[in-house]
Design a protein around this ligand. Structure first.
Ligand code: F6R
Length: 242
């Protein structure tokens, strides 16, 4: 694992954006794996800035998101599709037919999981996968206890994860109880992985990751099995490591 330590969130986001732009300069038809949550928002702002100020084009890019809540349909304000459109896609030149997320209302859910995994393999796997990490070590919505062999599946979210995500909703009860997520094995298919961690809240998780004990109890530890992972971590998130 290549570790880049930076001062703060802003530096983390700029450094990540440089790596995304480098990927696009090598291949303007790159497939990007994307995450939601707070961590990548600064990166997405930098990508938008790069597009508007320096003409970085996403016209030929395809994106595959990690996960989607079960319940809210695509156009619902609480869906990850809506989140991604608002925070990124609507402000780039990427055609919306090039962006892909699981469908949160498709039935039966097992069939939707199979469809998304097949799509992930056909369009992707991503050349570059962006990841955040939960305080319990989840990646995507692969909570502790998830097998390293898992593919796209439907999960029951841990209460801690629902509580962490409640800030995006008007009330905590509104946070869906289930989500569809790429599995650990799906994520590890990506060519390169860029893991971002910022803030004191992530310090224990970063320390545990860097302890290198690979276990289902801490899903992000499976990233040690991938040959090309870069962790960009800021000072607060790194504080327990030195
Ligand atoms: C989101 C995702 C999650 C988040 C994680 C961290 O698509 O896959 O694994 O990356 O919950 O969330 P934040 O960034 O809000 O701390």
């Amino acid at each position: 694992m290549n570790i880049i330590t930076v001062d703060n969130y802003s530096e983390m986001s700029k450094t990540a954006a440089q790596l995304v732009e480098q990927q696009l300069s090598e291949n303007r038809e790159s497939v990007l794996g994307l995450a939601t949550g707070s961590t990548p928002l600064g990166l997405y702002e930098q990508m938008i800035k790069g597009h508007k100020e320096r003409g970085i084009s996403y016209q030929k890019v395809q994106t595959l998101n990690l996960d989607e809540y079960r319940g809210p349909g695509k156009t619902h304000p609480n869906s990850y599709y809506t989140f991604m459109c608002e925070k990124l896609f609507n402000q780039l030149d990427i055609p919306l037919e090039n962006v892909h997320l699981p469908d949160g209302i498709a039935q039966p859910v097992e069939e939707e999981c199979r469809r998304y995994e097949a799509l992930f393999d056909r369009i992707g796997p991503p050349h570059l996968q962006i990841l955040g990490m939960g305080t319990n070590g989840h990646i995507g919505f692969n909570e502790p206890g998830t097998s390293e062999h898992s593919l796209t599946h439907c999960v029951k979210l841990e209460e801690s994860t629902r509580a962490n995500n409640a800030r995006f909703f008007t009330s905590a009860e509104e946070v869906p109880t289930h989500a569809i997520t790429l599995g650990i094995a799906s994520i590890l298919k990506s060519g390169k992985i860029l893991l971002l961690a910022s803030g004191q809240k992530k310090a224990k998780a970063v320390k545990r990751l860097l302890d290198q004990e690979i276990s289902e109890a801490f899903p992000a530890s499976f990233l040690w099995k991938h040959p090309n992972v870069t962790l960009i971590v800021d000072r607060e998130a790194y504080q327990l490591v030195q």
